[in-house]
Design a protein. Structure first.
Length: 407
């Protein structure tokens, strides 16, 4: 660790040294296989771009099964402290404990570090056959709110004194609402918090991204026709922010508006949006949505371009600079130790991390290498099933193939 220097946050943004310390979680299940291949590719891409002038200094931190086996805890405080002090890190897939403990390690990391933006780019790599007619039309970046909504975890279990107390309070204070609970004696309860502050920082980040990357539109995806005071408020607060902070002007008589630079701010009900991404994918570019909607939409979009195995993700707090990049798929325990898993989700998340710290030349090399390997039909087994005539490579051999194409 002494040979590296932490990334810091200044008033001007991230200050990234030439040898930044990057905390990383290897992950569970297929995570070790993915990490071994991906680390070699990432390091080779940085070396190809900058020679000896820059290097990532990796620092392993523990979470998941490895942490539990060694320290008897699924998420050590030292891991949270490392991500908090070093600002930028990356992680593999983690097991969610069954029967007790943390509800989700991923959610615990996001909430513990207030990583309010889950950023999920979805794009197509030429040569992959997918279920849709023209997957190349899909080019979207999802900004999913990470800390509120159903995933806040405000739940009461059916049959517990807490659930009964909640229902009694609801009956006393809001009898009309209590009457809507059809089977109160066996109901569990969940609270769906959606705040103006949480909405505004998420939508602000989405619009800023659209401006910086010259994207044509931002779509607010919601279920405000039914949940009027949570998801409907999300939509209304999003439009208000666009008008107040970005100078958006109305388009016609509806709520849609346009920024001075031409970016359109619009909205779509979430069930209709799942049709839109199939029928009119070109009409949507940057997506801002709440937590649960974002979970559904990001996986549905990934399926349109080849699956979650090539879907990267990032969890970011743009104010503090904290960011944890992650493979978005599960642990795939059936593949553990077999050297068969696809490292592309992890690698493309690393590509996002490199861009976040300003190392675009190395990021470009990773994307180019993946494009070339797919074009040459040199891929792992999951992708080989979607590329006619492709060779099915092991994880490590695929890593070698990518390194050979980094120049």
């Amino acid at each position: 660790m002494s040979e590296g220097t932490p990334i810091t946050m200044t008033a001007q943004g991230l200050r990234v040294p030439d040898f930044p310390i990057i905390p990383h979680i290897i992950g569970d299940g297929s995570g070790p296989d993915i990490w071994r291949a991906a680390q070699r590719v990432i390091d080779a891409a940085v070396s190809a771009a900058y020679g000896d002038a820059r290097r990532l200094v990796w620092q392993e931190v523990l979470a998941g099964q490895k942490a539990y086996d060694q320290l008897n805890t699924w998420l050590p405080q030292s891991t949270l402290d490392a991500f908090r002090s070093l600002l930028v890190g990356i992680k593999g897939p983690l097991t969610t404990p069954v029967g007790g403990g943390i509800r989700s390690l991923n959610v615990a990391l996001r909430q513990g570090l207030d990583l309010y933006c889950c950023v999920r780019p979805v794009r197509y790599f030429k040569g992959i056959e997918t279920p849709v007619k023209d997957p190349s039309l899909v080019d979207m970046v999802i900004f999913r709110e990470n800390t509120e909504d159903i995933y806040a975890g405000v739940e009461l279990q059916s049959g517990t004194p807490e659930a009964q107390t909640f229902f009694n309070w609801l009956s006393d204070c809001f009898p009309k609402l209590a009457n809507k609970v059809r089977f109160p004696d066996t109901s569990g309860f969940g609270v769906k918090p959606v705040s103006r502050e949480g909405t505004e920082r998420l939508v602000r980040a989405a619009i800023q991204y659209a401006v910086a990357h010259r994207r044509p539109s931002v779509t607010l995806v919601h279920k405000g026709n039914i949940m009027k005071f949570t998801e409907g408020a999300f939509r209304d607060w999003g439009y208000e922010l666009a008008r107040r902070e970005f100078g958006a002007e109305p388009i016609g008589k509806g709520p849609w508006c346009r920024l001075p630079n031409g970016i359109v701010i619009k909205d779509c009900i979430c069930d209709a949006f799942l049709q839109e991404i199939l029928i009119h994918p070109k009409d949507h570019s940057v997506i801002a949505t709440l937590n649960l909607n974002g979970d559904y939409c990001s996986d549905a979009l990934a399926a349109q371009v080849g699956g979650i195995g090539i879907a990267p993700g990032a969890n970011i707090n743009y104010k503090t600079g904290h960011a944890v990049f992650e493979a978005t798929h599960g642990t795939a325990p059936a593949l553990a130790g077999l050297d068969k898993a696809n490292p592309c989700s992890f690698l493309l998340s690393a590509e996002m991390m490199l861009r976040y710290i300003g190392w675009h030349e190395a990021a470009d090399r990773i994307v180019s290498a993946i494009e070339k390997a797919i074009a040459d039909k040199q891929v792992t087994a999951d992708l080989a099933e979607m590329i006619p005539g492709a060779a099915s490579l092991s994880t490590s051999a695929f890593g070698d193939a990518l390194i050979a194409r980094l120049a």
